[in-house]
Ligand binder design. Structure first.
Ligand code: NAD
Ligand code: GLY
Length: 370
C-alpha cells in the first residue's frame, strides 16, 4: 500500500505483527516529528561509521534529542572488510558498558554494511531489541534496509552468519544521497535494475529511459526508483519472509557477484558493482539456455554499463569460480542454484548444465589470468 504523508511517501511492509512502515522523503534525518513518530523508546544507540558520522551524526543526534531521545553514538570503521565478528562485538561492548536494557533501540545510520551489522546486533543483544533502519546509500534505500536480512561476513563466505530480524521502521532520506560518491550511487542502481529485471518489465523500461537522470541524481527520478524498488521488495518479502522459495529471486546476479566479492577479497569491488556484473553474467547464461533473446541480454548489459557498473568479470579461473559459487546459501546438496530470467521481467530459480556455466564464465571474464 502507498500513502502520501506530508512531503513524504509511506509504504508498508505487510508481515502481520512484524509489519512496519518505510518512510521516503527529503531531510527526514533532521525532522524531530518524523523521528518521534517512527522511533519508539527513550534511549537509542545510533550505529554509524567514520564516513557517515562527520556528515550526518550531529544533525541526526540533534533531531533525536529534539524528539526527546537520549543518544548513544557507536562509530565503527568504514568498509565491507569490517562487517565482521570483531566489529559486531564492538557494538555489544558499548551497549553493555552503557547498561543498555531491553528497551534500547538500535538505529543503523549508514549503508548496507552498517544496516546488516546493526540489525544482527539488535537481533542478538539481550535476545532482541527494537531496531530502526536509517539508510544513507541508494543501495540501502532500495534494498538492504527492507526485508530483515541481517548479518556479517565470514572469511569463507559472505553474509554467512546472521538472522532474519525485521526493523520497526525504515526512514530513507533522499537528501542524504547528495553526498554519496558516484560509484556508490551506481552500486545502488544495480539493485534498482535488478528489481525491474526480475519482476517488472515496465519498471525495467522506465529505468532504461531514465538511467541518465538517475546517474545525475535527479531527485524525482531517484524518489520513484526508491519507491518502486521498495514496493517490489516489500511484496516479495511479504510472500516469503524467510526465503523458503520466491525471495531467492532477489539474488539475481548475486551468485556470480558474491563469487567476485569473495574471490577478489571483500572491499575490492563494491557489492553493487559485483551484482551489476553478476546480472550481466546471469543474463548471458539465461540466453545460452534459450530463456531470453539476444536483444534482452544486450539491453541488460547496456543499462548496467549506462549505470556506471562493470560488465566484464575478473578472471579468477574456472575452477576457482566454481569453488566460490559452491558457497552460497541458495545451494542444495552441493548443486549451485542460479536465478535466471525467463523472459526479461520474470525470474526463475534453477540449476544449470556445467558446460553452459563454463561457457558463460569464459565469455564474461576478462581474458588476462589473475
Ligand atoms: P556501504 O554500507 O559500505 O556504504 C558504501 C559507502 O558509502 C561507505 O563508504 C559508506 O560509509 C558511504 N556512505 C554511506 N552513506 C553515505 C552518504 N550519504 N554520503 C557519503 N558516503 C556515504 O555499502 P552499501 O552499498 O550501502 O551496502 C552494501 C552491503 O549491503 C553489503 O554488505 C551487502 O552484503 C549488504 N546488502 C544487504 C542486503 C540485505 O537484504 N540485508 C541487500 C543488499 C546488500
Ligand atoms: N537482497 C536479497 C534479499 O533481501 O533477499
Amino acid at each position: 500500500m502507498t500513502m502520501q504523508h506530508a512531503a513524504s511517501i509511506v509504504l508498508h511492509v505487510d508481515l502481520g505483527e512484524r509489519s512496519y512502515p518505510i518512510v521516503i522523503g527529503s531531510s527526514l534525518l533532521s525532522e524531530p516529528d518524523c523521528l518521534r513518530q517512527y522511533i519508539t523508546g527513550k534511549r537509542v544507540a545510533v550505529v554509524t561509521n567514520t564516513t557517515v558520522a562527520p556528515l550526518y551524526l550531529s544533525q541526526f543526534t540533534q533531531a533525536l534529542n529534539d524528539a526527546g531521545k537520549e543518544v548513544i553514538p557507536i562509530i565503527l570503521p568504514d568498509g565491507e572488510e569490517y562487517k565482521n565478528w570483531e566489529n559486531l562485538m564492538k557494538i555489544f561492548d558499548v551497549l553493555l558498558h552503557e547498561k543498555g536494557d531491553r528497551k534500547i533501540t538500535l538505529i543503523a545510520l549508514g549503508g548496507g554494511v552498517i544496516g546488516d551489522m546493526t540489525g544482527f546486533a539488535a537481533a542478538s543483544y539481550m535476545r532482541g531489541v527494537p531496531f530502526v533502519q536509517v539508510p544513507t546509500t541508494l543501495l540501502a534505500q532500495v534494498d538492504s534496509s527492507v526485508g530483515g536480512k541481517t548479518g556479517i561476513n565470514h572469511p569463507l563466505g559472505k553474509n554467512m552468519i546472521g538472522a532474519f530480524y525485521q526493523p520497526q521502521a525504515v526512514i530513507a532520506d533522499i537528501a542524504a544521497l547528495d553526498t554519496l560518491p558516484a560509484n556508490e550511487l551506481s552500486a545502488g542502481l544495480a539493485e534498482v535494475i535488478k528489481h525491474g529485471a526480475i519482476i517488472d518489465a515496465l519498471f525495467f523500461d522506465w529505468i532504461e529511459e531514465n538511467i541518465e537522470k538517475l546517474v545525475a541524481k535527479d531527485k524525482q527520478a531517484l524518489a520513484y526508483a526508491i519507491q518502486r524498488s521498495c514496493e517490489i521488495k516489500a511484496e516479495v518479502v511479504r510472500q516469503d519472509e524467510k526465503e523458503g522459495g520466491l525471495r531467492a529471486i532477489l539474488n539475481f546476479g548475486h551468485t556470480f557477484g558474491h563469487a567476485i566479492e569473495a574471490g577478489l577479497g571483500y572491499g575490492a569491488w563494491l557489492h553493487g558493482e559485483a551484482v551489476g556484473c553478476g546480472m550481466v553474467m546471469a543474463s548471458d547464461l539465461s540466453h545460452r539456455l534459450g530463456m531470453i533473446d539476444s536483444r534482452s541480454k544486450e539491453r541488460i548489459a547496456a543499462v548496467v554499463a549506462a549505470a556506471g557498473l562493470p560488465v566484464k568479470a575478473p578472471n579468477l579461473g574456472v575452477d576457482r569460480w566454481l569453488e566460490l559459487m559452491q558457497v552460497d546459501k541458495k545451494n542444495e546438496g552441493g548443486q549451485i542454484k542460479f536465478i535466471l530470467l525467463e523472459p526479461l521481467g520474470k525470474a526463475i530459480i534453477t540449476t544449470v548444465p556445467n558446460d553452459a556455466l563454463v561457457a558463460t564464465l569464459n565469455a564474461c571474464c576478462e581474458t588476462n589470468r589473475p
